[in-house]
Design a protein around this ligand. Structure first.
Ligand SMILES: [Zn+2]
Length: 110
């Protein structure tokens, strides 16, 4: 289940899942909905929007990708899309390959 809210740096990021990720501009210029992106992170609106109906692997990686955009913005890192994409894939592979990892990290918080 995708979380509907994420706490980060004292703020709350809202997560939405829907089928309409086209921006008004994309609608005006007639972008094909089948070619639209799978996720959008808006640092100004403090939200993440995910396309509905993705397969589980793609959904996890798009979710991590959009979370990384917020982390990147929050810390002013300046990663490009390739770096964010590679890191999201790597984090997903690490977590999926080590199912106890997430639980361990949560237990070890002080
Ligand atoms: Zn991106």
């Amino acid at each position: 289940m995708i979380p509907t809210e994420l706490k980060f740096l004292g703020q709350t990021i809202t997560v939405h899942v829907d089928n309409d990720l086209l921006t008004e501009r994309e609608k005006q210029i007639g972008v094909d909905p089948d070619r639209m992106c799978c996720g959008i992170a808006s640092e100004s609106d403090l939200d993440i929007r995910l396309r509905e109906g993705m397969d589980p692997t793609r959904e996890r990686r798009v979710f991590i990708h959009e979370v990384l955009h917020h982390i990147d913005d929050g810390f002013g890192i300046g990663m490009d899309e390739r770096q964010i994409h590679t890191l999201s894939t790597g984090l997903d592979l690490m977590i999926q390959g080590n199912p106890d990892l997430a639980g361990f990290l949560v237990q070890r918080r002080s």
